[in-house]
Write a protein that binds this ligand. Structure first.
Ligand code: SAH
Length: 237
């Protein structure tokens, strides 16, 4: 599969790259007639394609062959993380896509200092798409925002294992070894969680886990917990 990858909403035999994708293809990647590329429609399929014509505002592409993407994990892992300040949420989204999360939710909670708006959410989704292309995934993860913390917890209904990174636990309440199937993870924002929020998560079936004796930054905690879970699910190595 060609390394230059583009997400396209609807794939047919002839498609056009337009807008940002077109400018990137033309000016940065310097693709020309005959260049081989891969197209992704976000469904998990990959299409090999060749540039047929470069016009002023678009690039016409001829689709050659469809294949199933082969880089998606077997384990369905959902990461729910509190909204972080600055560009920290973007960092977490980028790393979560690389590590193989299947879903990413961002939520607001009691001690959360960051806010979210439509622009920021769009930016997170752009980061998600770019990360997917870069690490050769064929699925674009939609980042969902939950204004209510409880809605984020509810979004994990049906997951087989639910883990809550709790900074005030001395010891994990259950173990996180040998995971499979589906796993949902909750990590707090810079402000951390209240006892009530932890209790609520437990009422939704989450198990508290400790990530050691040090208090990690939220982004470190999210990336560390996701890495451990992917490892224990047999998705790394
Ligand atoms: N403001 C809080 C720390 C929040 S850390 C305080 O001062 O105590 C941000 C988030 O990272 C936490 O809500 C938790 O989900 C996770 N986290 C950080 N360190 C952790 C640890 N040692 N064990 C489990 N989770 C941790």
């Amino acid at each position: 599969m060609a390394r230059n990858r583009f997400f396209i909403d609807h794939i047919s035999e002839e498609v056009a790259l337009t807008g940002d994708e077109f400018r990137h293809a033309k000016n940065v990647l310097r693709l020309r007639e005959g260049s081989e590329i891969s197209l992704l429609d976000g469904s998990g399929a990959e299409y090999s394609a060749v540039v047929a014509k470069v016009e002023r505002e678009k690039m016409l592409v001829h689709v050659l062959e469809k294949r199933a993407g082969s880089r998606e994990p077997q384990t369905d892992v959902c990461l729910l993380v509190g909204a972080l300040k600055g560009d920290k949420t973007e960092l977490v989204v980028q790393k979560a896509v690389e590590l193989g999360a299947a879903k990413i939710g961002v939520f607001s909670s009691r001690y959360c200092a960051a806010y979210m708006n439509a622009n920021k959410l769009e930016r997170l989704n752009r980061v998600s798409r770019e990360a997917a292309k870069q690490c050769m995934r064929s699925v674009a993860l939609e980042v969902v925002y939950y204004e209510k913390y409880e809605d984020a917890l509810k979004s994990a209904n049906g997951y087989q294992k639910k883990l809550f990174a709790c900074e005030f636990l001395e010891k994990s309440e259950g173990d996180i070894k040998g995971l499979s199937g589906s796993v949902a993870l909750v990590v707090g924002s810079e402000g951390g969680f209240s006892e009530e929020e932890f209790a609520l998560a437990k009422s939704y079936g989450f198990t508290g886990v400790s990530l050691g004796k040090r208090i990690l930054r939220a982004e470190t905690a999210a990336i560390a917990l996701l890495s451990v879970v992917m490892y224990e699910s047999g998705e790394l190595g």
